[in-house]
Design a protein around this ligand. Sequence first.
Ligand SMILES: NC(=O)C1=CN([C@@H]2O[C@H](COP(=O)(O)OP(=O)(O)OC[C@H]3O[C@@H](n4cnc5c(N)ncnc54)[C@H](O)[C@@H]3O)[C@@H](O)[C@H]2O)C=CC1
Ligand SMILES: C[C@H](O)[C@@H]1OC(=O)[C@H](O)[C@@H]1O
Length: 258
Amino acid sequence: MLLKDKVVIVTGGSRGIGRGIAVECARQGADVVINYARDPAGAAGVSPAQEVVAEIEALGRRAVAVKGDVADPATAQALVDAAVAHFGGVDVAVANAGVCAFHDFLGMPPELLRETIGINLEGTYFLAQAAGRRMQEQGRGGAIIAISSISALVGGEFQTHYTPTKAGQRSLMQSCAIALGRYGIRCNSVLPGTIVTDINRDDLTPEKTTYFNQRIPLGRLGQPHDIAGPVVFLASDLARYVTGAEILVDGGLYVNLQ
Ligand SMILES: NC(=O)C1=CN([C@@H]2O[C@H](COP(=O)(O)OP(=O)(O)OC[C@H]3O[C@@H](n4cnc5c(N)ncnc54)[C@H](O)[C@@H]3O)[C@@H](O)[C@H]2O)C=CC1
Ligand SMILES: C[C@H](O)[C@@H]1OC(=O)[C@H](O)[C@@H]1O
């Protein structure tokens, strides 16, 4: 087990990539605080956040779900407080929550631009700061991981509000690595390629899916659990000398120009 008895926070942990990360961390021995923004119950009357908590408990670990908008700095503090109150501290913070409402550049409403920056970039900043403060007090180091994107490296016609937030998260982790290295707190990014989740359900038409499956050297789009392994690695002591770095997890998409 790579994360035995570590305490992990995952924002946006009730769905998609965040859910995959939260469950894999528990499988690796961690107790987990998951954050969610909105969580309507499904047909069976059980919400996704409750499902994740139950899945983690079935693995023999503890979990708690905390509601909150990551764009609000109070949410980051509430997540740290929950980790301390329920599990005694924080070892790993994963800034995963994010939005990407596809929109053309010339018609971009300022509200959508600001909302995207607030959730994706400022939300990561607030979590890194709140977790970093607690980790410094604890004096036992820690790991902060931003779920950035292949979009930190390349542009997107309908993502002019989004790609700068992903580049910003990567840059933020580099600067935090310097600011927090003296406390043994490592800060890194994971850059997923295109992963099939709710965020791109409408964008990934059958035609686009076929195109990607042909262009990606490993022959398929990603799934949430493809991202969890690299996150666990960065969170674990196996990565004890890794900070200010990033792992591109895209099936080879980025390097295939043709
Ligand atoms: N799916 C993909 O192809 C890729 C996704 N990413 C990034 O991965 C992260 C997770 O996205 P996915 O799992 O794909 O999408 P998703 O839509 O399935 O999950 C996003 C999560 O963020 C939460 N969230 C959204 N706004 C929030 C807010 N204001 N406060 C708290 N939580 C909020 C949602 O409730 C949800 O749990 C995002 O940061 C996204 O930018 C990066 C590269 C590729
Ligand atoms: C939402 C997109 O499909 C997804 O998110 C990203 O960060 C990449 O641009 C992917 O294509």
